[in-house]
Ligand binder design. Structure first.
Ligand code: PEP
Length: 249
């Protein structure tokens, strides 16, 4: 099974910077090696779509509006993303939960809206440092997943990836141990089993994200039950990102 590799550019790179990046990246990346998803800023989607045409690379967005109403100045709908060639969208990233006050209700609405528009969802969940220090990692994961997936049908989980991203690991240079990730992944699958079925728990795709670099990638390449990785800061330099991808094969 190919590993999933997701790049989250966050709010980095103008369209011309994205173009320069992709000229270099696409000349060296071999499509068949991983299931690659590039989650880019809205303004880079169009140039990226053009450049990855005929390549086996999926285009992702980092956000979508939680509803389809027209009175949402400044927002981007799921329908617009789908029509722009986007196949995946990040929902529930800890930066959006914290800075943009996205609560579980909004996250649940965004997921439903994305799925309705035939987008695949990358649902980000993870504990804060306070949760970790008070042994609340697993209960936080349970709560975030249950609230996010409320009202979904089991067959919709085919179009969902869960990204385990401890808040304290994002952009901090700190990472959980492989054992901690393995436990979190097992807990995530258990919640899916209890809320949906054993089959859904086995089939749901789970990735890890938080401070992955070429130096520490070997730690994440063969964790039991883990289907791939989500890379933020280290995806921004094409040669660095390629080193990470090559270590996942
Ligand atoms: C992220 O923002 O989703 C992420 C994984 O960031 P970083 O790799 O920079 O920690």
């Amino acid at each position: 099974m190919k590993k999933i590799v997701i790049a989250n550019f966050k709010m980095n790179k103008t369209p011309s910077e994205t173009k320069q990046y992709l000229i270099s990246f696409l000349s060296k990346y071999e499509d068949y090696k991983t299931d690659l998803i590039l989650a880019l800023p809205y303004t880079s989607l169009s140039i990226a779509k053009f450049m990855i045409d005929k390549r086996e690379i999926s285009l992702g967005a980092q956000n979508l509006c939680d509803d389809d109403e027209k009175g949402c100045t400044g927002e981007i709908s799921g329908k617009m993303l789908a029509d722009s060639g986007v196949s995946h969208v990040l929902v529930g990233h800890s930066e959006r939960r914290a800075k943009f006050k996205e609560d579980s209700k909004i996250i649940n609405k965004k997921i439903k809206n994305g799925l309705k528009n035939r987008l695949s969802i990358i649902l980000c969940v993870g504990e804060s440092l306070a949760d970790k220090n008070t042994m609340k990692t697993l209960s936080t994961l349970r709560m975030q997943i249950e609230e996010a997936l409320k009202g979904l049908y089991e067959n919709e989980l085919e179009n969902l990836i869960i990204a385990y991203e401890p808040v304290w690991a994002i952009g901090s240079g700190k990472t959980p141990s492989p054992k901690e990730i393995e436990n979190a992944v097992r807990a995530i699958r258990k919640v899916v089993e209890e809320d949906f079925s054993k089959k859904a728990a086995q089939e749901i795709r789970v990735v890890y994200g938080g401070s992955i670099t070429p130096k520490n990638i070997s730690k994440f390449a063969s964790i039991e039950g883990l289907d791939g990785i989500l890379v933020g800061g280290a995806s921004l330099e094409s040669s660095v990102f390629l080193q990470i991808i090559n270590a996942m094969i």
